[in-house]
Design a binder for this molecule. Structure first.
Ligand SMILES: NC(=O)c1ccc[n+]([C@@H]2O[C@H](COP(=O)([O-])OP(=O)(O)OC[C@H]3O[C@@H](n4cnc5c(N)ncnc54)[C@H](O)[C@@H]3O)[C@@H](O)[C@H]2O)c1
Length: 261
C-alpha cells in the first residue's frame, strides 16, 4: 500500500488475532519485514500466510510474553531473520477474567496472571528491545498497547491497573531511551467488540447480540462508532514510522473521543 516502513525489521506480539494481526498486515504492507509472535503458534502461522499472500515478508514465532526467555528468543529470531530490530510493537493483553468481575472477585492467581502477561510482557519486551537497540546502534522504536482502561476507571480494576503500569513504563522508556534515539509510545484503545478479546475474558455472543453490543459501545463514544483493530493499526503504523520521528512518550487514545469528555 505504501512505503512508510520500507526495509524495517519489526516484531508484533499478539499478532495471532485482533489488533496484532491487522497491525502486522499493515506493517508488512508498508514494507516492513515482520516477526509475528503469539502464544498460539498456529494463529500466527495463519497471519504469516496472509502477509505472504499479499506479497509481504513475515516469520512466525511462538512466544509467551510473560516468560523472559521466550522474549529474548523472539528478539533473537528477528535479528537472525532480518539482521537487526527496528520496531517492537508489544501488543499482547489479556482481559479481566470472567468479564465483569469486581475488584474483590479477583483471586491471587487472576492478579498474578494479569500482571504477568499485561505488564510483565511489556516490561520484558521493552527491556530486551532496548538492549538490542543499544547493541546494534542507530536507535529504535517501541510501541505498546495500553488502554483507555489505564487512563480512566473503565474495563476492570486490575486489568486497568496493569494498563496504567504499561503507560508509565512507556513514558519512562521514552525518557531513558531518548539520548539513544529510542522512541517509545503507546496506543490506548477503547473497547473493541470485534476482536477475540471478549471471548478471552469468557464472553462470547452470537453475531446479532455482538452487533447490538458494538452499537451500544459506539454510542458511548463522541464519534459514535466502536473502535476497530484497523483504527488501532493505522495509529500504530504512524507511531512506528519515521513520520513520528519527533513523537515520544505519547499515550494516544484510539477511542472516538471517549476520554476527552
Ligand atoms: N478488545 C478490546 O476491547 C480492547 C480495549 C482496549 C485495549 N485492548 C488491548 O488491545 C490489545 C490487543 O487486544 P485484541 O483486542 O486484539 O485481543 P485478542 O484477544 O484478539 O488478541 C490478543 C492476542 O494475544 C495473544 N496472547 C495472549 N496471551 C499471550 C501471551 N502470554 N503471550 C503471547 N501472546 C499472547 C492471544 O493468543 C491473541 O492472539 C491488548 O493489549 C488489549 O489489552 C483491547
Amino acid at each position: 500500500m505504501g512505503n512508510l516502513l520500507d526495509g524495517k525489521s519489526a516484531i508484533v506480539t499478539g499478532s495471532g488475532s485482533g489488533v496484532g494481526r491487522v497491525s502486522a498486515l499493515r506493517f508488512a504492507e508498508e514494507g516492513a519485514r515482520v516477526v509475528c509472535a503469539d502464544i498460539r503458534l498456529e494463529q500466527v502461522k495463519e497471519t504469516v500466510s496472509l502477509i505472504e499472500a499479499a506479497g509481504g515478508t513475515a516469520t512466525a514465532v511462538g512466544c509467551d510474553v510473560s516468560n523472559e526467555d521466550d522474549v529474548v528468543a523472539m528478539i533473537a529470531a528477528a535479528v537472525e531473520a532480518y539482521g537487526r530490530l527496528d520496531i517492537l510493537f508489544s501488543n499482547v493483553g489479556i482481559p479481566t477474567p470472567r468479564l465483569g468481575s469486581t475488584l474483590e472477585d479477583h483471586t491471587a492467581e487472576d492478579f498474578a496472571r494479569l500482571v504477568g502477561v499485561n505488564f510483565g510482557g511489556v516490561f520484558f519486551g521493552t527491556k530486551h528491545a532496548i538492549i538490542q537497540f543499544k547493541r546494534q546502534g542507530g536507535g529504535g522504536v517501541i510501541l505498546n498497547t495500553g488502554s483507555v482502561a489505564g487512563l480512566v476507571s473503565w474495563g476492570g480494576s486490575v486489568y486497568g491497573a496493569t494498563k496504567g503500569a504499561v503507560h508509565q513504563l512507556t513514558k519512562a522508556a521514552a525518557i531513558e531511551g531518548a539520548p539513544f534515539g529510542i522512541r517509545a509510545n503507546a496506543i490506548c484503545p477503547a473497547g473493541m467488540p470485534y476482536t477475540n478479546f471478549m471471548a478471552a475474558g469468557g464472553m462470547t455472543l452470537p453475531a446479532d447480540a455482538l452487533d447490538q453490543a458494538a452499537a451500544q459501545v459506539g454510542k458511548s463514544h463522541p464519534l459514535g462508532r466502536p473502535i476497530t483493530a484497523e483504527d488501532c493499526a493505522e495509529a500504530a503504523v504512524f507511531l512506528v514510522s519515521d513520520r513520528a520521528a519527533n513523537v515520544t512518550g505519547v499515550l494516544l487514545p484510539v477511542d472516538g473521543g471517549y476520554v476527552a469528555r
